[in-house]
Design a protein around this ligand. Structure first.
Ligand code: 13P
Length: 278
């Protein structure tokens, strides 16, 4: 069943778990992610990032995501990841996305605040919820986030409190040491900063760059307000490696290969959903 970002994050807060949010830019990924959540009977967020538009247009993939979410037996939010322009966000709302992220993290604090407030007004009028970002999450290795800058700027807990109050945003993506993509060294997750942000904002927080974060760090983050965890790179890496192994043994028809890849995506997504939801 299709639910809003706000509704799905309320489930997370009540159960003190995080909801896995997985990027999907093709039918196989959507099918596999939803099948993983159905098998575990846990909620899921499926998301499409604006920077993946060159791979498949939003107006092709978006209606499929919404249609499939409506058919699911578990709560599903269909979310736009890293929306950069107001026009693009409006398109996602028109298609029926129930969550949209406005990423104004490259702008000044004032511009990010003004644009986020405007996005909240429009999205809320459409019955959808909004995630915004404050601070800047850097890009690691093999990052798939075209919009990610290479600058890491931790979220300021004081500003975060003010930002949430003045924009009316439903969830806030924070920069506390995770990166988009794979880590060059050991991640240094600043749970001290996260704890302060949580105290000051009192809304569900979002951890981008979920790939490669050690399990104990994830648990520490969930304890300190993280209710949505984005994972992309590791799903791709696992699927590509498994496909390479498979192709050493078989030369299947393309459609059989697609089904095999769906299995790989399902396996890795299940692992994440089960861990975040325990
Ligand atoms: P990873 O690719 O590092 O898992 O990050 C995904 C993400 O944060 C999408 O917004």
């Amino acid at each position: 069943m299709l639910v809003t970002l706000k509704e799905i994050l309320e489930i997370a807060e009540k159960k003190k778990i995080a909801i896995g949010s997985f990027n999907a830019s093709g039918l196989e990924a959507i099918e596999a992610e939803l099948a993983a959540a159905e098998e575990l009977q846990l909620p899921i967020i499926i998301q499409f990032a604006q920077c993946h538009e060159p791979w498949v247009p939003l107006d092709t993939i978006g209606p499929i995501m919404v249609h499939m979410a409506k058919r699911a037996s578990i709560p599903v939010c269909v979310h736009l990841d890293h929306g950069e322009t107001l026009e693009y966000l409006a398109k996602a709302l028109e298609i029926g996305f129930t969550g949209i992220m406005y990423d104004g993290s490259v702008l000044s604090y004032e511009e990010n605040l003004a644009n986020t407030a405007k996005v909240c007004e429009v999205a809320h009028a459409c019955g959808a919820s909004v995630e915004a970002e404050l601070g800047s999450i850097a890009a690691g290795e093999k990052s798939h986030e075209g919009s990610a800058s290479d600058i890491e700027a931790y979220t300021d807990p004081e500003l975060a409190g003010k930002f949430v109050k003045e924009t009316g945003v439903d969830a806030l993506a924070v920069s506390v040491g995770t990166v988009h993509g794979l880590y060059k060294g050991k991640p240094n997750i600043r749970t001290d900063i996260l704890e302060k942000i949580d105290q000051n904002t009192q809304i569900p927080l979002v951890l981008h760059g979920g790939s490669g974060v050690p399990e104990q760090d994830i648990l520490n983050c969930i304890e300190r307000g993280i209710a949505k965890i984005n994972v992309n790179t590791e799903i791709s890496a696992y699927t590509v490696e498994s496909t390479a192994e498979y192709l050493k043994k078989e030369q299947p028809h393309f459609s059989v290969l697609s089904l095999k890849q769906e299995e790989y995506v399902k396996e890795i997504v299940k692992k994440y959903i089960a861990f975040f939801g325990r």
